[in-house]
Write a protein that binds this ligand. Structure first.
Ligand SMILES: [Zn+2]
Length: 337
């Protein structure tokens, strides 16, 4: 890693075996700290020959389950148990994670819209560029752990990106099944600047998912992330002697259609008329937006535009026009491996 290739540099050696817990160091010169760096935690746990797995969380700073689970993994996983290499980036957008916010307070940057990034760009663009050009090319499998953050709450699901290459897609689906869980979403490769858009395909497969939200840390959702990551490592042969442990009957779904999303029509407070996990119909009442400053005005009803499973619901009462209130997921055929 050269500071001439990218502004970030690191004190870990990605080719060294053993356990290293270090930092990605992003120069950040400000009044308080003329020669300062932003120290983004990173761990490399490697032993013998085997696949390279990159586990990332904290892409958005207010999404905690992945950050907690990967911090525990850094502390608990010893190289003697590993066959291959695990690279862990638990709080990728550290400036945002430090403040428990979605976007970086340094530049307003949403890391998951900044890929492929820019080594000479804003701090968030520099992080994206390092992940995409230095870390991802090393990976056989890349995992980006999200949740709904402060504004949304999700029924947890694992997600996989399929690209149409038969061998890649078969590997990706097998990894998704090993990760386990009740719900899985299938995504197409994105061009919207999300992290998985920089994954080098077909050699690398990528998994993601939403594992809760509401700006809290849910005990069950965190346990799901930990179990899923362990199962994935076992499936990949990174944990020799460890069996994949799930007998989950997976429901394959998608949220890729615009009519599955519901938005606030006006300022006010959103009062849902349904609960996460409900199966709703087209035209069903999603909730009402109340103008609490004007109780004499009738609440504005909001309706679902399609049928589906309510997989995501707004976690903040106050809304403005255009805020996402809810989105649905619909069933797709079980993918064939
Ligand atoms: Zn996120």
């Amino acid at each position: 890693m050269s500071v001439y290739q990218t502004s970030l540099y690191t004190d870990v050696d990605f080719d060294r075996r053993g356990k290293q817990i270090g930092r990605l160091k992003m120069p950040h010169s400000v009044t308080r700290s003329a020669y300062g760096v932003i120290p983004i935690p990173i761990a490399v746990i490697a032993n013998g020959d085997g696949p390279t797995l990159i586990l990332m969380a904290g892409n958005h700073g207010d999404e905690y389950e992945g950050q907690i689970a990967l911090g525990r993994l850094i502390r608990d996983l010893e190289p003697e148990a590993v066959q291959g290499r695990v690279i862990i980036l638990p709080s990728a957008n550290l400036p945002a994670a430090r403040h428990g916010v979605r976007v970086s307070p340094l530049d307003g940057g949403n890391l998951n819209r900044m890929f492929p990034g820019d080594p000479e760009g804003s701090p968030t663009r520099q992080i994206a560029h390092y992940i995409g050009t230095v870390l991802m090319p090393m990976a056989d499998v890349f995992v980006d752990l999200h949740s709904g953050g402060a504004s949304l709450d999700y029924i947890p699901f694992v997600a996989v990106t399929l690209c149409g290459d038969a061998q890649h897609d078969s590997r990706a689906l097998a990894a998704t099944k090993a990760f386990g869980g009740r719900y899985a979403q299938v995504w197409a490769p994105s061009t919207s600047g999300v992290a998985e858009s920089s994954v080098p395909r077909p050699q690398c497969i990528s998994l993601g998912g939403e594992f809760g939200g509401g700006g809290v840390v849910d005990i069950d959702h965190t346990a799901y992330v930990e179990r899923g990551v362990r199962n994935l490592m076992a499936h990949l042969g990174i944990l020799p002697g460890v069996e994949v442990q799930n007998d989950d009957s997976m429901r394959w779904m998608t949220s890729a259609s615009e009519d599955l999303y519901t938005f606030a029509p006006d300022y006010g407070v959103f009062a849902p008329a349904c609960r996460l996990g409900d199966t709703v119909s087209k035209g069903q009442l999603a909730g009402e937006v109340h103008a609490i400053e004007h109780p004499e005005r009738p609440a504005i009803p909001v309706f679902f535009s399609a049928p589906g499973l309510l997989i995501c619901l707004r976690a903040i009462g106050r809304v403005e026009p255009g805020d996402c209130l809810a989105h649905l997921a619909i069933d797709i055929d079980d993918p064939v491996i």
